[in-house]
Design a protein. Structure first.
Length: 138
């Protein structure tokens, strides 16, 4: 089974919609393999967003992601990466269709409720960065 990583970002935490977001994934047949509440550090964000570090928006993105704890979860299922991406909608919430998580709850490209891995290789990298083997269950 394929697995992927999702973060419920600070705006999702502020709106208190964690249960609603998780419910959408579970109703779509995805299995929750790991779940935790974490505070992202600058060191972690530098590694996570290494490809964005030199871009002008990185300081604002970094400050936003550290502004409050986030929920990190590992979901598994057939074609999990693409299934999650379909459920969350495009990165820019203003372009997301109603019925997607970002279309229903997001406000902008940054305040878009969730981060979702965009490829299997990226999901593996992100999962290893945030979860140990004993934190993941079948």
């Amino acid at each position: 089974m394929e697995q992927t990583l999702v973060l419920i970002k600070p705006d999702g935490m502020e709106k208190q919609i964690v249960g609603k977001v998780i419910d959408r994934f579970e109703r779509a047949g995805l299995k929750l393999r790991g779940l935790k509440l974490i505070t992202l550090t600058q060191e972690l964000l530098d590694t996570w967003y290494a490809h964005h570090k030199d871009k002008p928006f990185f300081p604002e993105l970094s400050a936003f992601m550290k502004s409050r704890p986030v929920v990190a979860m590992v979901l598994s299922g057939e074609n999990a990466v693409n299934k999650v991406r379909d459920l969350v909608g495009p990165t820019d919430s203003t372009k997301a269709l109603k019925g997607t998580i970002r279309g229903d709850f997001g406000e902008s490209i940054q305040k878009n409720i969730v981060h979702a891995s965009d490829a299997l290789e990226r999901a593996e990298f992100e999962i290893k960065l945030l979860f140990t083997l004993v934190e993941l269950f079948d």
